[in-house]
Design a binder for this molecule. Structure first.
Ligand SMILES: *Cc1c(COP(=O)(O)O)cnc(C)c1O
Length: 437
């Protein structure tokens, strides 16, 4: 038997590099250079006689998603803050957040001084469990944030229904789901607001960046001001702007922050957006090979997708396994072993947020008053068996691994097979690890 790479053996993956991410071309470079030369690097600098690129991108992105309006922002985290403030959410309010997500989904709620109420997820998808949402609703609940995690879509039928029954808005955190569809409709448009990130790891990337989409004109006008220190567009989008005129001017309806996307980011996104759908298709081809290959090794499957979801967006491909597939080896030990074999990260999910050390008075002075005993209990005092189950049985591979060749997929399958054969040894190693720490 070949020695495991973590024990000094030869890794399965040798020599060949993995596909680079993001994918870019000469036109990407040209669009950035054009911005540099234009002298206008942000929407808040006087116009050069045409709409800002951040505005152009926001319109294109809204159109891609079938929404009436889009506003570009500087991060996905900022997009979530803007989404919450568009809806007037603030102090004293509760917002339902899945316990299994990137921390920004919950910290955005804290940034508007509301309380994130962490709710359990379906153990097979990692997305909000509608029954648990129902149980967690209270008279103070002012919104539900659904996160479409890894490579699937939350149960939007059930979540929309719960939101409507309670008369609260639904926010979709689509940072991991650009281009996914639910009943032929793009994610981000089932809720009142969809929030997106264009951070480098996401399937549409500009280094950093974000956007909100909505089809409500009132929310759109609030969003403009929330992301530009209370300024909104001074004229309707025509493409014929007087050179030297300001494109955004003070409106004074709502206090905003500077969350503006730079023109350099917008230029990259305008260049890359047209590639997104073809990349979805390329990943699906590799995902099928991976699913079929892993099925020959045992009870492996991918993260399920509801039948209402007619296109998924693979941000991270999730390998789900039943306990026993790697003997007694815990998921973190399997993840370390696989990462060493493949010379790239194959990770376990982030820990569920109720185990995060962040939700305490000591972590932010401005929030210290929020964390009464009662609030802490409301926020994270539930049971989270779904989240623990998901974490113990899911391994995540970044989507860029699915943008290469079939040989890449064979390497992943070979690595899983090799680590499986060594699972006794891995479980032992994990025990030593615990004893030493
Ligand atoms: C990445 C991510 C965010 C935050 O986006 P940033 O651009 O990094 O601020 C929010 N929610 C989820 C689910 C994410 O994956």
């Amino acid at each position: 038997m070949q020695t495991l790479a973590i024990d000094g053996g030869e890794p399965v993956r040798q020599g060949r590099p993995w596909p680079a991410w993001p994918e870019w071309s000469d036109t990407t470079i040209k669009s950035v250079v054009d911005v540099v030369r234009s002298g206008r690097w942000t929407v808040s600098w006087p116009s050069t006689g045409r709409d800002a690129l951040e505005r152009e991108f926001a319109e294109q992105f809204a159109q891609y998603n079938g929404a009436s309006y889009g506003v570009a922002v500087d991060h996905g985290s900022g997009a979530l803050v803007v989404a919450l403030e568009m809806l007037g959410i603030g102090a004293g309010d509760e917002v339902i957040v899945p316990v299994m997500t990137w921390v920004a989904s919950a910290s955005a709620v804290l940034r508007v001084a509301a309380l994130p109420v962490l709710v359990d997820v379906d153990p097979s998808t990692g997305c909000l469990d509608p029954e648990a949402v129902r149980d967690a609703m209270s008279p103070d609940t002012r919104a539900i944030i659904a996160v479409h995690l890894a490579s699937t879509v939350a149960d939007l039928d059930a979540l929309r229904a719960i939101a409507d029954e309670h008369g609260v808005p639904l926010i979709e955190d689509c940072a991991q789901a650009h281009g996914a569809r639910w009943r032929q409709q793009m994610v981000g448009t089932v809720g009142e607001v969809g929030a997106f990130s264009f951070q480098q790891s996401k399937v549409l990337a500009a280094g950093e960046g974000g956007a909100v989409i909505t089809s409500d004109p009132v929310l759109y006008h609030r969003a403009q001001q929330l992301r530009a220190d209370s300024r909104g567009y001074s004229f309707t989008s025509t493409g014929e702007v007087a050179a030297g005129a300001p494109e955004i001017v003070a409106k004074g309806d709502v206090i905003g922050t500077n969350f503006c996307m730079a023109e350099l980011q917008a230029a990259i996104l305008i260049d890359l957006l047209p590639n997104l759908d073809a990349q979805h298709e390329r990943r699906e081809v590799r995902a099928r090979e991976l699913r079929e290959g892993l099925a020959t090794l045992g009870s492996f499957c991918e993260i399920p997708v509801a039948r209402q979801c007619d296109r998924r967006s693979i941000y991270e491909y999730g390998i789900r396994f039943t306990s026993g597939e790697f003997g007694d080896a815990p998921v973190d030990a399997v993840s370390r072993a696989l990462s060493a074999e493949l010379q790239r990260p194959v990770r376990a999910s982030d820990i569920p947020l109720h185990r995060s050390p962040l939700f305490r008075p000591e972590t932010a002075r401005r929030l210290a008053g929020l964390w009464t005993q009662g609030a802490r209990h409301r926020a994270l005092g539930r049971a989270y068996p779904g989240a623990e189950g998901y974490r113990d049985s899911t391994l995540l591979i970044h989507h860029s691994a699915l943008l290469g060749t079939s040989e890449d997929i064979h390497d992943v399958i070979d690595a899983v097979r090799k680590v499986q054969m060594h699972s006794k040894r891995l479980a032992l190693r994990a025990d030593e690890h615990v004893e030493m720490s």
